[in-house]
Design a protein around this ligand. Structure first.
Ligand code: SAM
Length: 278
């Protein structure tokens, strides 16, 4: 029976040791379109001394070109079946430091210190089922991140970059824009991946703002207010924030308690979170 398992394991792998089938539950859609890969590497534009950290290297579509260009790279991959073939194939390209595990458990601040840099540069074609948790995890460590280049669902990138009043402006827009400059770069069709996802994708650049320019001194309170305000999109601020702050406090912050969350700018959310009744 053991031999049978070994044969089966062998049969579902390609000659280079990579599994033949993508794992859907890990959001595996492997990039194969050369032109797209090249555009991502150009957008990142690695410079000597940069500590680049890739999330979800998969079968190395971005990893190997980045290594060819930059010589060294750190990558975080959850799928154990990919570790050995990645390490083996990487040797031809450069120095790959592979962290085997869940990116959500990686402390980017500690990683930057370990890599001997003040800030790391994050990149990756993210597993779409985990996009929001990964983005929020990165925001928690924004001080240790110089920039981020991510491939995401196009619809998520549109939400991240939406201005107030737009129909997709929401919690993700306010949270991302409060801490980062969000720049959508280009869209990518499903056919660039194997297997092809059902949706269009897009590459986005995030530049964390300097900590002292953000104006949020209580991050947890800011997050709670944004969450509550958009929790009930159709409600006025007065009603949506009923459990969080008094209508008088909203008015004292110079905002209309009768307005809805989708009408508030990011700066107004920052002001609202910073304002406390005397
Ligand atoms: N970078 C490769 C490419 O472009 O072809 C793979 C991209 S694929 C969309 C996402 C990758 O993230 C997969 O390799 C998957 O195994 C990995 N992944 C999924 N969940 C993860 C997690 N929690 N931590 C780290 N990697 C994860």
């Amino acid at each position: 029976a053991r031999d049978e398992v070994a044969v089966n394991r062998h049969a579902d792998r390609d000659a280079d040791g990579f599994q033949r089938d993508a794992k859907k539950h890990l959001g595996q859609n492997f990039l194969h379109e050369r032109g797209v890969i090249e555009r991502i590497v150009q957008a990142i534009d690695p410079q000597p001394g940069d500590a680049i950290v890739e999330i979800g290297p998969g079968q190395g579509a971005l990893t190997f070109p980045l290594l060819d260009r930059h010589g060294a790279l750190t990558a975080i991959e959850f799928d154990r079946d990919l570790h050995a073939p990645l390490q083996a194939a990487a040797r031809e390209h450069g120095d790959l430091k592979l962290i085997e595990g869940d990116v959500l458990g990686v402390d980017f601040t500690a990683l930057a210190a370990e890599l001997g840099v003040e800030k790391i540069r994050l990149a990756g074609n993210l597993p779409y089922n985990l996009s929001s948790p990964i983005l929020f995890h990165a925001l928690d460590h924004a001080n240790a991140i110089r920039d981020m280049h991510f491939m995401l669902q196009k619809e998520v990138v549109e939400r991240m970059a939406a201005p107030p009043g737009n129909k997709v402006y929401g919690r993700l827009s306010v949270m991302l824009q409060a801490y980062c400059t969000v720049t959508p770069l280009f869209t990518v069709p499903p056919g660039a991946f194997r297997p092809a996802p059902k949706v269009d994708s897009a590459v986005v650049r995030l530049l964390p703002r300097a900590a002292d320019s953000i104006g949020i001194d209580d991050r947890a309170r800011f997050a709670a207010i944004v969450r509550a305000a958009f929790g009930q999109r159709r409600k006025t601020l007065r009603n949506a924030l009923a459990g969080t702050m008094e209508a008088e406090t909203i008015a004292a912050a110079g905002l209309d308690p009768g307005a809805r969350a989708e009408q508030l700018s990011v700066a107004e959310f920052v002001r609202l979170a910073g304002f406390r009744a005397a």
